[in-house]
Design a protein. Structure first.
Length: 381
């Protein structure tokens, strides 16, 4: 395998206090005694990769989960020690950590910043108590407000707020109240995701049992269109289907994914994509720890991607970028053929449907295409 000069780095912390009702991520509750063994294993995986790859350059670092902010500072510091040994980390690169807006303090956040983290992503989700209860979140909106103030006091000048819309029973006015409340917090970045009810989640069971109504996709579409207008009015740039930023505060780490560039993931269930190959680590942290302790690879699945698959994935991910889209020159440099040479009939059909626009240099979704993205994406597969 050839390792590129620069890589985006993702660290997965799979621990939470409990599982939210909508969550189907690779997380585990009630495992506090495994925090230290997990970080020990994580450090070993990171260092082993650094040795094998010749201490590559880190382009971005993202610590996600799970709830990374559950970890005490000494354990977070051990992750950073391993990263500095395994990677060359230039000054000023984006380093993000996800955090739950409850139970933190200014000294803790100052400690996180001293480690090098310069961007915090807070999972706020809603401003309404009943919606937070439906989602089984363990915080109030006032706690979220207080935690954002703490982050500012600790010196953070780049904050993201995650929100979810299209909840069961949620009205447009309720969603408007949430977004207006969040705008008073002045985050540099906003992520607003339409609720997807995944099987095997508590929320899926509640809907199946008739305890809560199913989400209304038409109402969610109405919320999305209003959100686009309101955030544009508030000075945010809509740069990805579900993401808005003040100019210069786009998520550099996530742009690596959307531009189909290489990244390495560490930890239980983490994904990687390098040199046309994709792989995923074992899901359960105990299995992950035991494999690392025995000197074994933590990889559970690996697949080489054929050119046709890579072409489709590059187009689908690139189309998520609202203004940038997928640039024909980048596609041609990667594959030796232009987008219309490979997907000419597909692009023509989508243009006729009013879902994409082609200007000769790049392919982008239209406003209608943003609402019906899945109708576009499957046609490239």
């Amino acid at each position: 395998m050839e390792f590129p000069e620069g890589l985006a780095v993702y660290i997965h912390i799979p621990f939470c206090r409990w599982r939210c009702s909508y969550c189907d991520f690779n997380i585990y509750a009630g495992m506090q005694r495994w925090f230290a063994p997990y970080i020990e294993a994580l450090g070993k995986e990171i260092r082993r990769f650094g040795e094998r790859a010749g201490r590559p350059l880190a382009r971005t670092i993202y610590i996600g989960g799970g709830t990374p902010s559950l970890l005490p500072l000494p354990l977070l510091a051990r992750i950073w020690e391993a990263l500095h040994e395994a990677f060359r980390i230039p000054p000023g690169i984006e380093m993000t950590m996800e955090a739950n807006p409850s139970g933190l303090s200014v000294p803790y956040l100052e400690g996180v910043r001293q480690l090098g983290v310069n961007r915090i992503s807070f999972g706020v989700q809603s401003a309404h108590p009943e919606e937070l209860r439906l989602l089984r979140r363990d915080h109030t909106f006032e706690e979220a407000r207080a935690h954002i103030a703490m982050a500012r006091a600790a010196g953070f000048a780049n904050l993201n707020v995650d929100l979810i819309y299209g909840l069961p029973g949620q009205t447009l006015s309720r969603w408007q109240e949430t977004l207006e409340a969040v705008l008073t917090l002045h985050p540099e970045h906003l992520s607003a995701y339409a609720l997807i009810v995944e099987e095997r989640t508590t929320l899926h069971r509640w809907i199946r049992e008739g305890r809560v109504p199913a989400p209304d996709p038409d109402r969610a579409a109405e919320m999305y269109e209003w959100t686009r207008d309101r955030l544009a009015e508030a000075g945010y740039r809509h740069y990805e289907i579900s993401n808005w930023a003040r100019p210069g505060h786009e998520s550099r780490h996530n742009l690596v994914y959307w531009r189909y560039e290489p990244y390495i993931g560490f930890g239980a269930g983490a994904h990687s994509f390098i040199d046309g190959r994709r792989w995923m680590n074992v899901l359960h942290p105990k299995v992950y720890i035991h494999r690392i302790e025995r000197g074994e690879s933590p990889v559970a699945e690996e697949e080489p991607l054929d050119p046709r698959t890579r072409m489709a994935e590059m187009v689908i991910l690139g189309l998520r970028l609202v203004e940038e889209g997928i640039e024909d020159a980048r596609f041609r440099a990667r594959f030796g053929r232009g987008i219309r040479e490979v997907y000419g009939s597909v692009v023509e059909e989508l243009e006729e449907l009013g879902l994409v626009r082609w200007d000769g240099a790049r392919l982008r979704l239209t406003g209608r295409g943003l609402l019906l993205g899945n109708e576009v994406f499957w046609r490239f597969l």
